[in-house]
Design a protein around this ligand. Structure first.
Ligand code: ZN
Length: 279
């Protein structure tokens, strides 16, 4: 899935590469996918977009916005590859949505897992879509005091582990964190020395501080390295951030204490952790 480090990278590249280009045609690609959601019928996507010029791209948390002359395309909670193709370049064999620009260049989107690509009219968004909520790491709003209050406001703080709160699955409110997913989460919890199953009510004040720092430092590092190694940028290049806690490192020694890294299944996905360092 696209998490904040990849959203930052893709939005920056889309802003630099696509701004000023005019959409000539939009259509479905070579494949269909039952977990790809559009916000309107296909015909509206096909008729509204041609003639619109890209005026910029930005991100918020793990969302990507492409602005089009008073309209907006919004990749919301999406997985997969967004790829730019200069004029004349062969398109990938498999993709789900394609935009052709008037200069002959293309943008393709190949979905993985699931994702929504919503087309909004002016009035449905300001700086970002109105129903976008939450706070993103590294932002001025994301202070430790606010983070502490968010933990206290989490309705399942005594029953669910910290993982549920951090990835905000099924919990989208002004008090959720927008930007994390099940991938970067693994390293955040490793640096915070917390087990993903630890109940929020049992996390002590100094551990909350350490978790807050781990969120910011881990995201910042992954942003600086252009996203995770198993995701690609707009030009198909992999990110340079390799996770410490990952399917590839499961069973290998923990970089701190050398205990074997464990894999567990928890809250709808695999977690990788050090049984000695994380509690
Ligand atoms: Zn360890």
């Amino acid at each position: 899935m696209i998490e904040m480090p990849e959203a930052v990278t893709l939005a920056r590249q889309m802003d630099q590469t696509l701004t000023g280009k005019t959409i000539a045609r939009f259509g479905r690609g070579s494949q269909t996918h039952k977990f790809l959601w559009l916000s309107r019928p296909d015909e509206e996507y096909e008729t509204v977009q041609p003639g619109l010029t890209v005026t910029g791209a930005s991100h918020f948390g793990r969302s990507i916005y492409l602005r089009l002359d008073g309209h907006m395309l919004w990749w919301s909670d999406a997985g997969g590859k967004l790829l730019y193709h200069p004029p004349g370049e062969k398109l990938p064999e498999k993709y789900h949505l394609g935009w052709e620009f008037s200069d002959g260049s293309f943008l393709t989107y190949a979905l993985q897992m699931w994702g929504a690509v919503k087309l909004l009219d002016a009035g449905e968004f300001g700086e970002r879509p109105n129903d976008e909520t939450g706070i993103q790491p590294l932002s001025l709003e994301f202070t430790f005091e606010r983070f502490d209050k968010m933990l206290e406001a989490y309705p399942e703080k005594t029953s669910k582990g910290i993982k549920g709160f951090l990835v905000a699955t099924g919990y989208v409110t002004p008090d959720c964190i927008n930007g994390l997913g099940n991938a970067i989460l693994q390293d955040i919890l490793f640096h915070a020395r917390l087990d993903p199953r630890r109940k929020i009510s049992a996390i002590r004040p100094h551990e909350r501080r350490r978790l807050f720092e781990a969120i910011n430092t881990t995201i910042l590092k992954a942003v600086e390295l252009g996203g995770r190694y198993d995701e690609t940028d707009l030009f198909g290049r992999p990110g340079r951030y390799a996770r410490l806690m990952d399917s590839k490192t499961a069973g290998s020694p923990c970089p701190v204490c050398h205990a074997p890294i464990e894999k567990i299944s928890y809250l709808g996905g695999a977690c990788y952790l050090c049984p000695e360092c994380q509690a």
